[in-house]
Design a protein around this ligand. Structure first.
Ligand code: NAD
Length: 257
């Protein structure tokens, strides 16, 4: 078991907003924050998955959770969703910019529509959520973590739009870190390698293709969503009080092979 970087109720009375919290890494984070006592606002496109997650959090973890159906690419929808979260919980202490999509194809095969869509969700989604949550985060000296990717600095073949969106997200992380440390907000990114989630299975085409690629790496396997959770919690914790504007790679040694 990894050592915990906070006590079991470390998020009691804290409000955590997770975008894309219904699947994969976002879901693992939502469950962990709920276990730590957080009140959760979860933004996601998928209404059925939101209903089921909120029910699960209430029934099994006794957690207070608000599911907000929202496309993070839509600035107005994000403003409305964040306003509802603030109205319900009184503010936001932690923002996790996690919602994301991927694609696959050569640069030439990747149409402008795909570039625009991927940038709209992965990059502008993070911009929209950060802008909307910022007044509350400033008031509460809150923290931000962004789910970037190892492709934010080491591009993956046939993911041109995705690679570019994650580079952009790193730029946003570093710029926001520059501006807001003195006001109490640290902004960091976690940069996972391939983690076994619906997104990576879609990106690699199949579980076999994902596992075949990861078998060649130092870890010899793909990561699991839970293995991204502790690095996120570390960056949000007081243990990381002097860390801002950084990307923490979580890739089983993929980038050093
Ligand atoms: P996932 O596909 O399992 O989950 C993504 C969630 O985001 C889903 O619940 C989906 O409904 C939601 N979502 C998608 N588009 C949305 C939109 N426009 N508005 C609101 N919600 C939306 O993905 P995941 O693998 O858990 O990835 C989470 C984050 O981690 C992403 O930013 C991804 O780029 C990053 N990441 C994933 C991996 C990986 O291998 N899985 C690696 C590096 C980085």
């Amino acid at each position: 078991m990894p050592r915990k970087v906070f006590s079991s109720q470390a998020y009691r009375h804290k409000v955590v907003l997770v975008s894309g919290g219904c699947s994969g890494i976002g879901r693992a984070l939502a469950l962990r924050f709920a276990r730590a006592g957080a009140r959760l606002a979860i933004l996601d496109l998928d209404q059925a998955a939101l209903d089921s997650l909120v029910q699960h959090l209430r029934d099994h973890l006794g957690g207070e959770a608000l599911g907000l159906r929202c496309d993070v690419a839509d600035a107005d929808a994000v403003e409305r969703a964040v306003a509802l979260a603030v109205e319900r919980f009184g503010g936001i202490d932690v923002l996790v910019n996690n919602a994301g999509i991927t694609h696959r194809g050569t640069f030439a095969e990747t149409g402008l529509g795909v570039f625009r869509k991927v940038m709209a969700v992965n990059f502008f989604g993070a911009v929209h959520c950060t802008r909307a949550a910022l007044p509350s985060l400033l008031e509460r000296r809150g923290q931000i973590v962004v789910l970037s990717s190892l492709t934010g600095f080491a591009p993956l073949l046939y993911r041109s739009a995705y690679n570019a969106s994650k580079h952009a997200v790193m730029g946003l992380t570093q710029t926001a870190a520059l501006e807001y440390f003195k006001q109490g907000i640290r902004v960091n990114a976690v940069c996972p390698g391939p983690i076994e989630t619906p997104m990576s299975l879609h990106g690699f085409g199949s579980a076999d293709a994902l596992h075949a690629m990861m078998a060649q790496t130092p870890a010899g396997r793909a990561g699991q969503p839970d293995e991204v959770v502790q690095p996120v919690l570390f960056l949000l914790s007081q243990a990381a009080s002097y860390i801002s504007g950084q990307g923490l790679t979580v890739d089983g040694g993929y980038t050093v092979q």
